[in-house]
Write a new protein. Sequence first.
Length: 270
Amino acid sequence: MPRLAIEASGRTRATALAEELRIPSTDGAELEGFLARPPASHVPLPGVLLFHGFPSGAVWAEHIGSDLPELATRIADEMGFAALAVRFRGCGSSTGDFSLGGWIADVRAAIKHFRSVVPMTGLWVCGFGTGGTVGLVAASDDPAVSGVAMAGSPADFDDWAENDARLLAHAHQVGAIKTLAYPTDPAHWSSEFRAIRAVTAAEKMAPRPLFLLHGADDDVVPQIDARLLADAHGAGELRVLPGAGHQLRHDPRAIAILLGWLGRSSAEVL
């Protein structure tokens, strides 16, 4: 039965059917998932996967992505999608420890699991920050993905490679890595930062749609990264939001633009 929400007028309306999932990934990691479906829905449905960014000093691994279920519920309610919000290994209640390759494996695992539990007419991947980049890399190899949206996402991880020891310490500090002796091979762990190239993934993604949203005042990821990805795709749609910073998930204008693109993109497929 659908849950009921009380409107200000006192009337009731059906809201999204929601359930919590545990999604198996590689290396024994188990991911936290939140699945929202429209009330009284008929399958198959369009589906969208939502991914968060990398934890920061302001938002540690325990809390990063905790607001995505709210967005998933909104998409299910307002747009009629099945929406699955996933928290990467090392974040929230997901098990495992952060690695860039591990996060890409998590996206692939989420795609596989999502398709196994919801019959879909199309599947879109939407990620914020690092979540957008690893989402693109995984989606570019999977023809089942209809399109990708990225918000404030980097085109490469060269700066991580140049400061790998500092990043490793940061990952431990914010809780994305919880195992004291992890990684057992730091050189291999950090080699993924240069080996994984989002520009190459953008080329492979074409001609499937790629949407890039970036804040004009983003002081974390340079605007040029979004332009490089759009150019590499060849037909990538880029929107630069005036006055917006890096945290686009919390900018109502950015969310409205992302959902508008999702609606247009799904209409073209359906």
